[in-house]
Design a protein around this ligand. Structure first.
Ligand SMILES: C[S@@+](CC[C@H](N)C(=O)[O-])C[C@H]1O[C@@H](n2cnc3c(N)ncnc32)[C@H](O)[C@@H]1O
Length: 483
């Protein structure tokens, strides 16, 4: 017994790297602080392991101080140039494509991963990342040592900062993730308590919600989905992977580089980054992470994009809310609370009525007004069943279909949406000007993010209101000119 205790002690001292910095970040961690103070040279490591890195690429703090480190071009790079090539063994994925190389510790990991809900896939790959982080001599150490020490995703916000987001759908998601991490911490502890030391995937270390959260955030903010063949039946599936060095690229919707997936001579995965445009010297290399709203950018990546064209606010389709909006808009219609049977029928087709109704609707984004909401308002504000029946649902749902049920109907529908916007704005506890003043005074990065997030949500509403007001004015002047 005593001997095995000594063996455990030796194992734990020499075969793992402590997770301590995941739960206790250094006193003033910044976006640029890495897991270890002087991490290995990542570019050299990629080249040494058979990868290619363009000679004019460097890792450096981004010109925009809030984006952490980035990849910068030191010289002009022509369009089409290959910038980075990673051979198949460099990406870090949950399951290695080489069959038969897994050990007992891997099967513990696989069993834990089975308990992670699909939507939190980043935790699954995060378990693998934690395993490699704990292992002395991990193949990926040069990569892992270069990962950020802290992440600004809301699971690490203080309670006040979470409240300061002021937006229920995001609060719900943040709470869900926090609750999952706390429950999963217990599950991981329970599983690891019964594991033999030599099979412990984290070198005998305690894994808590904080280290799990670090791993989940590292993956959600840095992994890319690539296509891979399913090992059992060969069907192509998208697999999240961490792509060393490539994940030093920051995001832009107008990115100057893109990822290409290829196969090498032995049909193994090869991941390339290619210049999509000419890249000037000193310019950052950027990738497009996707057409995401600010909820996802904040939840997964820990940043908020100003004037994000894909951002929107979520509302619940609710008769009482519509009734209130129509009163604010000065339009009286009883149809909101008691639609006629033909109107109910269309609402059911729009999935806004009935048992399986989906009541989430949106304002903002590329549509400006959720097509289902717009169609419902047009229909509820119409008394002309025959005219409504003439139109296809796709026309009734489209804002670019100009006044399909007549100008008066369209003005009433748009004014009701504008009133909905006024009500939605009123639900935020602070005004835009207050937020702007608070933002100037604010020193904490996470408090700033919370204020920026809610400011952007309010801007989405204001932009939608301006867009709709412009349309109402145009329609009204048309109505006047038509006499
Ligand atoms: C894939 S990593 C990019 C490298 C990262 N900047 C670093 O220091 O390691 C993604 C992270 O970079 C930051 N980032 C990337 N693009 C950004 C942007 N457009 N605005 C603000 N932060 C950004 C965020 O912290 C995000 O979680």
């Amino acid at each position: 017994m005593a001997a095995s205790k000594i063996a455990v002690a030796t194992l734990s001292l020499t075969h793992f790297r402590p997770f301590s910095s995941a739960s206790m970040p250094s006193l003033s961690p910044s976006f640029s602080s890495r897991l270890v103070p002087h991490p290995p040279d990542l570019i050299k490591w990629v080249r040494r392991e058979g990868g290619f890195v363009h000679h004019a690429l460097n890792i450096a703090p981004s010109p925009d101080a809030h984006t952490g480190l980035g990849l910068l071009a030191s010289d002009h790079i022509p369009k089409g140039s290959e910038l980075i090539i990673l051979p198949h063994n460099l990406p870090l994925r949950f399951e290695s494509p080489e069959a038969g190389d897994s050990d007992e510790a891997d099967s513990v990991l696989i069993n834990l991963a089975r308990q992670v809900p699909e939507e939190l896939w980043s935790m699954k790959l995060g378990l693998k990342l934690l395993k490699e982080r704990a292992k002395v001599g991990s193949f990926w150490w040069a990569y892992i040592g270069n990962l950020p020490e802290v992440f600004t995703v809301p699971i690490f916000f203080s309670g006040d900062d979470i409240k300061n987001l002021q937006y229920a759908p995001l609060l719900y998601q943040v709470n869900k993730r926090c609750r999952f991490l706390l429950d999963f911490e217990k599950e991981v502890k329970r599983t690891l308590d019964s594991i033999k030391p030599e099979n412990h995937p984290f070198g005998g270390q305690t894994v808590d919600a904080s280290s799990l959260g670090w791993a989940m955030a590292a993956v959600s903010s840095r992994a890319f989905r690539l296509y891979s063949k399913n090992l059992t039946d060969g069907t192509p599936t998208s697999v999240p992977m961490m792509l060393p060095l490539i994940d030093m690229c920051n995001h832009s919707f107008n990115s100057n580089a893109r990822i290409i997936q290829e196969q090498d001579a032995s049909m193994k995965l090869k991941v390339k980054v290619v210049a999509e445009t000419e890249i000037e010297g000193n310019a950052p290399l950027t990738l497009n992470y996707g057409c995401l709203d600010n909820d996802l950018f904040l939840l997964d990546y820990g940043f908020v994009l100003p004037s994000n064209q894909y951002d929107y606010i979520e509302l619940k389709y609710d008769e009482a809310l519509l009734e209130a909006a129509s009163i604010v808009a000065g339009i009286s219609s009883e149809n909101f609370s008691s639609p006629a049977p033909w109107q109910k029928f269309i609402l059911t087709k729009l999935n806004l009525h009935g048992e399986a109704a989906l009541l989430k609707v949106s304002i903002g984004g590329s549509e400006v007004v959720d097509g289902r909401l717009l169609a419902a308002l047009r229909v509820l504000l119409s008394v002309d069943e025959e005219m409504v029946q003439k139109h296809d649902l796709s026309v009734l749902k489209s804002l670019s279909a100009e006044a399909p049920l007549g100008i008066a109907n369209e003005v009433a529908a748009l004014r009701t949406v504008i009133a909905l916007c006024v009500i939605a704005l009123g639900h935020f506890p602070t005004k835009i000007m207050e937020d702007e003043t608070l933002l100037k005074k604010c020193e904490s990065e996470t408090s700033k993010l919370a204020i920026q997030f809610r400011l952007q949500k309010k801007s989405v509403i204001i932009d939608a209101m301006s867009n709709l007001t412009r349309r109402v004015k145009l329609l009204s002047s048309k109505a006047v000119s038509q006499g």
